[in-house]
Ligand binder design. Sequence first.
Ligand code: DX5
Ligand code: ZN
Length: 216
Amino acid sequence: MIKIAPSILSADFSRLGEHIKQLEACGADMIHIDVMDGMFVPNISFGIPIIKSIRKLTKLTFDVHLMIEEPSRYVEDFVGAGADIITVHYETDRHIDRTINYIKSFGIKAGVALNPATSVDSIKYLISNLDMVLIMSVNPGFGGQKYIDYCSDKISEVRALADIHNKDIMIQVDGGIDETNIRSVVNSGANVIVAGSAVFKNDEIDKNIKALRAGI
Ligand code: DX5
Ligand code: ZN
C-alpha cells in the first residue's frame, strides 16, 4: 500500500486549517510538515506553535521533516507539539545514532533523511533501528523544484538494504514528484510519497490527490 504524504509547505498559510481538513477528507495518509531553520537550508518555514495549533484539527499522522542544524535540541518540543514521526537529516547531526534513540524514547517513530548527494551507505548501520528513511530528490529548502534523476538509483539501493535489514521500513521520497513520475518512484522501491506543489496546485486538492494515486 503506497502512502501519500502532502507537504503543507505548498499550502496557502492564511487558510491552513481549511487545508488540513481538506487533506483529511481527501484521504491523505499523513501530513508532511517541513521545518526549516535558515541555516541548514536557505529558507525559513514555520515551527512549533503552528504544529501545535493544527494538531487540534486532525488525527492524521504528523510526519515532521526537520531541516534544522543539531535537531536533537528541539526533539522534545516537536514531540510536545504533536509529532508522530520525526525525521532528522544525516548531515545535521554528528551523533545521529543517539538522536534516533532519543526520538524513539518518546514512543514516536524516527526517520533519517539523506540529501541528494549523501550516500546510502551512511545509513547502513542505522537502518535496522529506523522506522523511515527519507530520500531527498531535490536539494531541500523549497517546494516546486525538479526531481533529480539519479535519486531513483538511491531509492533502489535503500530498498535493497531494507530487504536485508528492515523489510517493513517506510521508504519516503520527497521533492519534485507529480502524477507524471510517481510510478517510476514507486517502482524504484518507495512506499511513502511526499508531494507539495502537485497536491496544492490550482487549489484542487481532491482532484490532485486522485491524479497522484491514479498515476501509480
Ligand atoms: C523541500 C521539502 C519538500 C517540499 C516538496 O525542502 O522537504 O517536502 O515541500 O515540495 P514539492 O513536492 O513541490 O517538490
Ligand atoms: Zn519535506
